[in-house]
Design a protein around this ligand. Structure first.
Ligand code: C5P
Length: 232
């Protein structure tokens, strides 16, 4: 389990996504499909990508009352995806319900990962908008611990937080980390970044990489470079 590169397929349409994935003839990468594509294309996009042999992280970040999340997770488990997520802010009861809904009759289920505080939320907005007055790092670690206590498999976090998450929740608790850039590539709008080999060193289990691969002149070699730096 773990140690893989997940390509963030942030494309506007099914056509653009499948055209991109057609470039990969041999190893089929693990891909992340987000809300925009899923809401515009529906479950058929998942079936199309699955039938081509890819693993899928369906990044829908569920957050609602436990009963609704449980029933929605049940629907997602039948889509045969490999990883899904929900907000730890929905409480332990919600995360436990998510896990229950996700578990299929034969006991198998996709990995379930929690979102702690979004990286778009900073200390000031957390204090002023959410009235959470604690230090951000403490909040993130507390949410990660709640996810672990609820039986989840890991959290999405910055690679800079991966070590602290492992120290708090154990080395088997998965860290899925976006914000990865090659040493020689543009950062784009990501502020705090790490290279794939740095992410490997600090113990990330999965790195989520979008534009350094999707916008590369040769996406297949960019993916292979990323995989090599992260896993070898
Ligand atoms: O193109 P880039 O490598 O920046 O893509 C990173 C992906 O990870 C995007 O899909 C982005 O939405 C997602 N993500 C992130 N930071 C987070 C959570 C998710 O960049 N904290």
């Amino acid at each position: 389990m773990g140690k893989d590169v997940i390509i963030a397929c942030d494309f506007a349409s099914k056509e653009a996504t499948l055209k991109f994935l057609d470039l990969f003839k041999e190893k089929k990468p693990f891909v992340k499909i987000g809300m925009e594509l899923f809401y515009s294309e529906g479950p058929s996009i998942i079936k199309a990508i699955k039938s081509r042999g890819h693993k899928i992280f369906l990044d829908l970040k569920l957050h609602d009352i436990p009963n609704t999340v449980k029933k929605s997770m049940k629907v997602l488990s039948h889509l045969d995806v490999d990883m899904v997520n929900c907000h730890a802010g929905g409480t332990k009861a919600m995360m436990k319900a998510a896990l229950e809904g996700l578990t299929r009759e034969d006991g198998t289920r996709p990995l379930l990962i929690a979102v702690t505080q979004l990286t778009s939320t900073d200390q000031m907005s957390m204090e002023n908008d959410l009235l959470i007055k604690e230090d951000m790092k403490k909040v993130v670690m507390h949410y990660a611990k709640n996810a672990k206590d609820s039986g989840l498999d890991g959290v999405v976090c910055s690679p800079l937080e991966a070590k602290a998450v492992h120290d708090t929740c154990g080395s088997k608790f998965l860290t899925v980390t976006p914000g990865v850039r090659f040493a020689d590539s543009a950062k784009g709008d990501q502020k705090r970044v790490m290279t794939p080999s740095e992410a490997k060193k600090i113990g990330s289990d999965y790195i989520v990489v979008g534009r350094p691969i999707t916008e590369a002149s040769d996406p297949v070699s960019a993916y292979e470079r990323c995989l090599k730096e992260f896993t070898l």
